[in-house]
Design a protein around this ligand. Structure first.
Ligand SMILES: *[C@@H]1O[C@H](CO)[C@@H](O)[C@H](O)[C@H]1NC(C)=O
Ligand SMILES: *[C@@H]1O[C@H](CO)[C@@H](O)[C@H](O)[C@H]1NC(C)=O
Ligand SMILES: *[C@@H]1O[C@H](CO)[C@@H](O)[C@H](O)[C@H]1NC(C)=O
Ligand SMILES: [Zn+2]
Length: 526
């Protein structure tokens, strides 16, 4: 309590008067900027001593559609939610010492989709849009081009090396991003056999939900949405009994029941709501299947905490379960609905999703150690989202630019989309937004071109990294380079020439490994 009050007083005192723009008084003093820059310089010099440890654990945070404008806007939002001006705030990902750029194009697309890109940053090869876990020799939606073109993911390489592996997402667990970690499918939309053309089923192609359980049968942690694709068609959903949600499988299989039966003699738990998840005794759980919605989870801004866990909560549970393996783990975390907010032109939803993923990154950092954990944060692709308009310092990120257009004399918001559903004419001219609530959660920012769904953007995205070998992500890279670095750092997959014999890390010491495992347990459970 006392601390909070003090903080509020301090931040009030350090702020300028009522005149705009407002910024902390200390920023008028060159010593403030010089001291900050010198501290940054000291830290940069320390990075000359590279962390060349072997990564026991690997974590990839994937912000779906989290382009650089989204990162900057999320940073400002995070600061403003704390009552600050916002621009000077540091996101958790901003604190990572190494940053690179990732070229996101798909083999057949200049502006990428989430399926081809997931194949790149999970399987290490670029692929065609719409396809997951298959090379560019496979053609979208053509079942007969699957066979022989499968490529495996770093999640599988980690599992084969004896690590625990997990998938956590705010979308369906069968969605494009997670599916490339376990499935080989020429069509990202083949969630269950109910979404597949009959001839593809007849030709032997398997739906993505089935592949989640059949390809790598012991994925230790699976959390997200997507119940619909696991249950027989017409079986009503456990949470929405008699409502509009029903299972979607034509083959009548109940994949959750099959999973539960198969894991009968193991410490395995299926949960479908937050209460069940949070009441698990994690020391007594080795496998978790958490499916919290029939399809995607709700936006964080609209989440009912009585029903669904937050991304941060899921990540915390995942790390506590996976972290028990003395060989370490690979965890894929997707902030999957940043993308959905943008497609709908709802910047506020998208940015709150990004802030929540950043919170999860911070929590993961507390539960792990940079000495033995390589953490990478990146996006699959960007969006046609941007903000500008010479806004003053501390302007609400959802606010207006300080001037009106000199062409149509109307005001405009700082956030705008290049295309999307926010395009709106009133009586044949651009809408005057001073009469609309542009701070609403679901306000659709204006766009230059009308489209029912806003599109992805084609520019590079950032790659933030910390931990062993993080410095290998250092320049402008092809997106498929990412899992090559992660595998190299962990001595898994094909590239192990730099590792000590028998796959163990160089300088591997069983005593040290035991000590490290003990310390991890202390960190996780104390
Ligand atoms: C593969 O299937 C497509 C139709 O989806 C067909 O046009 C093509 O001839 C088939 N290719 C082979 C090699 O069977
Ligand atoms: C599901 O319900 C629809 C509509 O009531 C019906 O036509 C269909 O045969 C049912 N499918 C199954 C697999 O029971
Ligand atoms: C826009 O709406 C505001 C508030 O109703 C009004 O004051 C202003 O004149 C309008 N601007 C134009 C160009 O219509
Ligand atoms: Zn998208």
């Amino acid at each position: 309590m006392k601390v909070t009050v003090l903080l509020i007083i301090c931040s009030c005192m350090s702020w300028g008067g009522l005149g705009k723009p407002q910024f902390p008084e200390q920023e008028k003093d060159p010593r403030f900027w010089n001291a900050w820059a010198q501290r940054t310089l000291e830290n940069a010099l320390k990075l000359q001593q590279l962390n060349q440890n072997t990564a026991k654990n690997l974590i990839l945070f994937l912000g779906d559609g989290m382009g650089i404008p989204t990162v900057t806007a999320a940073r400002i939002l995070k600061g403003q939610l704390l009552g600050h001006s916002g621009e000077e705030t540091q996101l958790e990902m901003d604190k990572f010492p190494f940053v690179a750029l990732s070229k996101t194009y798909n083999t057949d697309a200049q502006v990428a989709d989430s399926a081809g890109t997931a194949t790149a940053y999970l399987c290490g090869v670029k692929a065609n849009e719409g396809t997951v876990g298959v090379s560019a020799a496979a053609i979208r939606s053509q079942c007969n081009t699957t066979k022989g073109n499968e490529v495996t993911s770093i999640l599988r390489w980690a599992k084969e090396a004896g690590k625990s592996v997990g998938i956590v997402t705010t979308t369906r667990v069968t969605h494009a991003t997670p599916s490339a970690a376990y499935a080989h499918c020429v069509d990202r939309d083949w969630y269950s056999d109910g979404e597949m053309p009959a001839e593809a089923v007849r030709a032997g192609c398997k739906d993505i939900a089935r592949q989640l359980f059949e390809n790598i049968p012991d994925i230790d942690v699976i959390m997200g949405g997507g119940r619909k694709y696991m249950f027989p068609r017409n079986q009503s959903d456990v949470e929405y009994l008699g409502d509009k949600f029903f299972g979607g499988r034509k083959d009548g299989r109940n994949l959750v029941e099959e999973w539960t039966n198969q894991k009968k003699n193991k410490k395995a738990s299926y949960v479908w709501n937050r209460k069940e998840l949070m009441s698990l005794n994690l020391q007594n759980v080795d496998y978790i299947l958490g499916l919290f919605e029939p399809m995607d989870l709700s936006y964080e801004l609209e989440r009912d905490p009585k029903k669904d866990p937050s991304l941060t909560e899921m990540v915390e549970v995942a790390i506590k379960v996976l972290g028990k393996n003395p060989n370490g783990f690979y965890l894929l975390v997707e902030g999957g609905r940043i993308d959905h907010g943008h497609h709908e032109g709802k910047a506020k939803q998208a940015l709150h999703e990004a802030v929540e993923m950043d919170r999860a990154i911070g929590r993961a950092g507390q539960l792990t150690n940079i000495d033995d954990t390589l953490t990478v944060v990146t996006a699959d692709h960007s969006h046609m989202f941007n903000f500008g308009g010479y806004t003053p310092r501390g302007n609400s990120i959802f606010g207006m630019a300080p001037m009106s257009s000199d062409i149509d004399q109307k005001p405009f918001t700082a956030i705008l989309y290049g295309n999307g559903p926010g395009f709106k004419l009133v009586n044949g001219v651009r809408e005057n937004i001073s009469t609309v609530n542009y701070r609403d959660n679901n306000y659709q920012a204006q766009s230059a071109v009308p489209l029912s769904g806003e599109t992805h953007g084609g520019e590079d995205v950032a790659v933030f990294s910390k931990g062993p070998m993080a410095h290998l992500l250092h320049g402008v890279h092809e997106q498929n380079y990412i899992p090559h670095v992660m595998a190299y750092a962990a001595c898994i997959g094909q590239n192990r020439d730099h590792c000590a014999s028998s796959g163990g890390p160089s300088g591997f010491s069983p005593a040290l490994a035991t000590l490290s495992a003990l310390l991890t347990l202390v960190r996780l459970f104390c």
